[in-house]
Design a protein around this ligand. Structure first.
Ligand code: GLN
Ligand code: ZN
Length: 770
């Protein structure tokens, strides 16, 4: 029996972020479409060649995208909403980027690492997270009478392009059912799956064209098969794949599923008349047994055995123990669990990384090498790759016992915790009067979420300091100056609860990670977040502790120059966890709890220094929700416990705030309540306060700052507008529980609009007061 190695997708961005540069040059009008497209072509060519050289035998094409592969699919099938014009012919670059980014202004983002469509003359299509990754796709939008037509032949062109370079590829398409399920209805809701019959002919044309060009296999991704599906989805999958396999008979389809177990959809997946099935055995190793038992003998299985979502070396010897008996019985394909889009490209570029930590890691390139090793061991026997296997075993052994990972004090603190640690001394109703009499705030107290504009000067000073061109003393002095000016200004416009502005922070997670033990940072390990925005997540490799206070000095300085209350500003444990590459040798919940204890220490030190209001941001709590609803509660349980551990070391009179920059709370409102914060600030401006109904219906017990303006846009809301929102809010929530604030940090805004908006916001709060 033979084993072959495949990849399902490779990072598009280039080892030196060439795609970002090319896109931004093009958008700025500094380069032509030809320049952009030729950079894109050379990135594809080198990705194909690289994968081939690394030993991948089945190499994808059409995994590349100028912006996003879901947007590419919308373009392919001509699903272009009317606001982008009446596109009759092919979707051209202008239309494509208009859907991606809107016309006119550049896209906006806050610190949360995900995009919020910026309001422009023609807005960008909505963007949302791709399953539980930090990649964001452009949401397809369908009308009830949606028609489809072939409007982009990218898949065919890229197959052809690879072939011309002498590389046979397996083109990748996002499958029709997932494409529909990932989209949304424009106008009144209807069943998107009803559009399937209209959609399938376009897929048929593309598959036929690929076949005509010489493709043998096509990888067709249906990741929605790992989700809770609507009742009619099974029928839709059957219709889709019966149709596609009959109408394009001599093309073989590899149906790819990833990000979890097929679970209750396994029966559907196995009943489809496709030629191959890819399953994720990293997230869901347990599903292999029943798939083997139930799969047709002639179904070619592609096993996702190397983690496409994380950066750790695989345990090659353990994998071989499992795979050897299997490989004796059937042909197999070995692959990463999912596209390598979600991992950085090449570990070798990290020349400054701690040598031990580096020896435990594998990025996209190294993962293909691992698969190649596994493939050879299975085809030729372990002896053929003995040295590599021994090296892998040694690295894993060293990792397990490394003192850099294991900190007995941290482990004991977590293991010996008692429930009281996650409990404030008294319940909220008892804490509240103590906080009120200490803080003496008016009704509708005003505050902001933490950051103030990170101007080009602030960024430049940080970069100069990082390069050693600005001394630490000069940099500190500059930051103090910015901080002081920002505090003066907040006093001047009469905000009640002040912030220091976060000028010293590069990023809300990195700033803390850099000061905690157990974290490593890379120089080049970029991963696409959306379009040309890439992030470099910290790597949590060991037990987490806080060697010394992280924010107290800045807080003390800020408080020393004002008599108004100065908030202490921290990032919460769940957010730090969710925006990092997390160790795979212990449960996420354990890592989260360790971070929680570190943040708890900081909270207590802030209180000791005299800080009476401490905000612990949990911007990423919701996005950590598991894909399947049945798994939500256990995640929420440990996430909430971690937050509470971080927040519960303080006196009753100390007010704990939290902030979340999103508005979908309805289904997790009980968990939000269970966090037991004294004040929560949330995003509501864009939903016109609708969300408050959920808080009212749930009888949310504490105080709420519903964001009264949308910081993702430069637009300055009027006083009247914010008064109206506050009036709406005060109908749902008791006025004495309402705070007045923007809906997120202001770091991506410019000063003029920030000033104008906050002045109006304060006026609106004053207007509301009796
Ligand atoms: N305190 C952070 C800030 O204001 C919060 C950012 C966020 O929620 N994304 O920037
Ligand atoms: Zn926010």
């Amino acid at each position: 029996m033979t084993v072959r190695v495949a990849t399902l997708g490779f990072p598009r961005i280039g080892t030196r972020r060439e795609l970002k540069t090319a896109l931004e040059q093009y958008w700025a009008g500094n380069s032509s479409a030809d320049d952009l497209l030729s950079t894109a072509a050379s990135l594809r060519a080198s990705a194909w060649q690289r994968q081939k050289d690394l030993g991948a035998e089945i190499i994808p094409s059409n995994d590349f995208s100028l912006y996003d592969h879901v947007l590419d699919t919308s373009a392919m099938v001509g699903a272009v909403p009317a606001i982008y014009g009446n596109v009759q012919d092919k979707v051209d670059l202008g239309t494509y980027f208009a859907m991606a980014r809107g016309f006119q202004t550049t896209s906006e983002e806050c610190g949360c690492g995900h995009a919020h469509g910026a309001p422009q003359d023609v807005p960008a299509a909505e963007m949302t997270k791709w399953f539980d990754t930090n990649y964001h796709y452009l949401v397809p939008q369908f009308t009830a009478d949606q028609t489809f037509r072939l409007a982009s032949t990218k898949a065919v062109e890229e197959y052809h392009e690879a072939k011309a370079l002498g590389i046979e590829t397996r083109p990748v398409l996002l499958g029709p059912v997932s494409f529909l399920l990932l989209g949304k209805c424009d106008g009144p809701a209807f069943d998107r799956l009803d559009l399937l019959p209209a959609l399938l002919p376009v897929y048929e044309r593309v598959l036929n064209a690929l076949r005509a060009e010489g493709a043998d296999w096509v990888q067709i991704d249906e990741p929605c098969l790992v989700l809770d599906l609507p009742g009619n989805a099974g029928a839709a999958f059957k219709t889709a794949y019966n149709t596609l396999t009959t109408t394009v008979p001599d093309l073989k389809l590899m149906l790819a599923t990833y990000f979890g177990a097929l679970g209750d959809n396994q029966g559907i997946a196995l009943s489809l008349p496709v030629h191959g099935l890819h399953v994720d055995l990293v997230r869901a190793p347990e599903q292999l047994a029943s798939i083997l038992e139930k799969a047709r003998p002639d179904l070619l299985l592609s096993l996702g055995v190397v983690d496409g979502r994380n950066i750790w070396k695989a345990d090659l010897n353990a994998l071989l123990d499992h795979l050897e008996p299997l490989a004796r019985q059937r042909d197999l394909i070995l692959a990463p669990s999912c596209s390598l889009l979600h991992t950085p490209i090449d570990l070798e570029r990290e020349t400054d990384l701690d040598a031990d930590v580096k020896s435990w890691l594998a990025f996209a390139v190294q993962k293909i090498e691992e698969l190649h090793t596994l493939g050879r061991a299975l085809n030729e026997g372990r002896g053929a790759v003995q040295a590599t296997l021994a090296e892998n075993a040694a690295a894993l052994r060293a990792r397990r016992s490394s003192a850099k990972i294991n900190d007995p004090t941290v482990q004991a603190r977590s293991a010996d915790r008692n429930p009281a640690l996650a409990q404030r001394r008294s319940p909220f109703p008892a804490r509240r009067p103590l906080q009120q009499s200490k803080l003496r705030l008016p009704l509708y107290p005003t505050t902001t979420i933490g950051s103030f504009p990170q101007t080009p000067e602030v960024r430049k000073a940080r970069a100069d300091h990082a390069r050693g061109e600005l001394s630490s003393e000069a940099y500190e002095a500059f930051l103090r100056e910015e901080t002081a000016r920002t505090i003066r200004w907040q006093e001047e416009i009469d905000l009640e609860v002040l912030v220091h502005g976060e000028f010293e922070r590069n990023d809300m997670v990195q700033y803390f990670g850099e000061q905690l033990s157990g974290f490593a940072f890379t120089k080049h390990a970029w991963v696409q977040s959306y379009g040309s925005r890439y992030v470099r997540p910290p790597i949590i490799f060991g037990d987490v502790s806080r060697p010394k206070a992280m924010t107290v000095e800045w807080w003390e300085y800020a408080q020393s120059i004002t008599s108004r209350p100065m908030k202490g500003m921290l990032t919460g444990p769940v957010t730090i966890l969710n925006w990092s590459f997390v160790r795979d040798d212990q449960p996420r919940s354990e890592t989260c709890r360790q971070i929680a204890f570190a943040i708890r220490d900081e909270v207590c030190d802030l209180e000791k220094a005299g800080c009476g209001i401490i905000q612990i941001d949990e911007a990423a709590l919701r996005e950590g929700l598991p894909l399947r609803r049945a798994d939500w509660q256990s995640y929420l349980d440990w996430a909430v416990e971690s937050f509470r551990i971080s927040a519960s070391g303080v006196q009753d009179a100390t007010q704990i705030h939290t902030h979340m920059c999103y508005s979908e709370f309805n289904d997790i409102i009980a968990a939000i309540g269970a966090m037991d914060a004294d004040v929560i600030s949330i995003e509501t401006a864009r939903s016109r306060m609708e969300l408050l109904d959920a808080f009212a219906a749930y009888r949310y017990p504490a105080e709420i700052g519903p964001g009264v303006y949308d910081i993702h846009s430069p637009r300055v809301p009027s006083v009247e507008e914010m008064v109206e929102l506050l009036r709406a809010a005060s109908k749902a929530i008791s006025p004495d529980a309402l705070w007045v604030n923007p809906d997120c940090g202001l770091k991506t805004r410019k000063w003029p609009e920030t000033k104008a908006a906050l002045i109006n916001m304060v006026a609106a709060a004053h207007y509301m007061r009796p």
